[in-house]
Design a protein around this ligand. Sequence first.
Ligand SMILES: [Zn+2]
Ligand SMILES: [Zn+2]
Ligand SMILES: [Zn+2]
Ligand SMILES: [Zn+2]
Ligand SMILES: [Zn+2]
Length: 290
Amino acid sequence: MRLVSCARCHTQFDLSRFHGAGFDCYCGARVQSQVPQYQEVPVERCSSCGASIGQDAAECPFCRSAVVTDERRRSLICPDCCARNVDGARFCNHCGVPFRPQPIWDEGDRIPCPGCSGKTRPRSISEILVHECGQCEGLWVPLGSLEKLVRKACHALSNQDESPDCSFRTPFPRMVIYRKCPVCKKHMERTNYDHRSGVIIDRCHADGTFLDVDELQAIVAYAYTRDPEQGDPYEDMLGKERMRAESRSAAHLRIMKKQSAEPRTLTGQATSFDFSSIGNLLDHLIDHFR
Ligand SMILES: [Zn+2]
Ligand SMILES: [Zn+2]
Ligand SMILES: [Zn+2]
Ligand SMILES: [Zn+2]
Ligand SMILES: [Zn+2]
């Protein structure tokens, strides 16, 4: 990886496949495509778990990862403190910052938000690409990625020592609106995730799923506490759900004609491009427990 970070908000980007001189960060600040010059600083943290370790430690006392001292393998330069790190490091071995680059996007990558008038921006949550709206905090999750996200989050939760906090609030039922898919522009289907979760999501069977703020939390909480006797929700969802989709969408179409699709009232306007809490929660979980 060739990392740079934004001087204003510290969002990291990987320049490995980017060739321009600079680009705009999500926060609006300009980022120059220049990797900082490395500095010789002591190894003080584990690059696998981020824990503080002794300067001469050969391995991490917490996760037992070996400390790499071979300079030839330390080609990743921390954009915050300029320490040299192993290329696959997850945390800087000097300052402990997690290496979590976000996609570099241009205007063309900005999918319109199906939930409001805002625009989304790509975001990587544990290497899964999603599109997050800076205004309503909704998430557009491309086809196939929701299941991966939920699985990763559940796996991360199950590796936690303390019992996880599953008290996420179930989203308040909103007015029934059939939203349009941001990719194919057709009306999306409203689906009860896994039939019994009570979380109603907007899904285009060709392109992906739109989740309102807090719906990913609600889904993860549901999936994590779900009774395993009831079968695998993902197989369930992909198989049976698709079969039911056709008859359902025909019914939806009839209902839609009777309904006036009024736009959803936003409860608050986002003032900055801070990442949504669910993204941060998942990042945190998956980083520490994968
Ligand atoms: Zn920034
Ligand atoms: Zn460690
Ligand atoms: Zn560092
Ligand atoms: Zn939005
Ligand atoms: Zn679509």
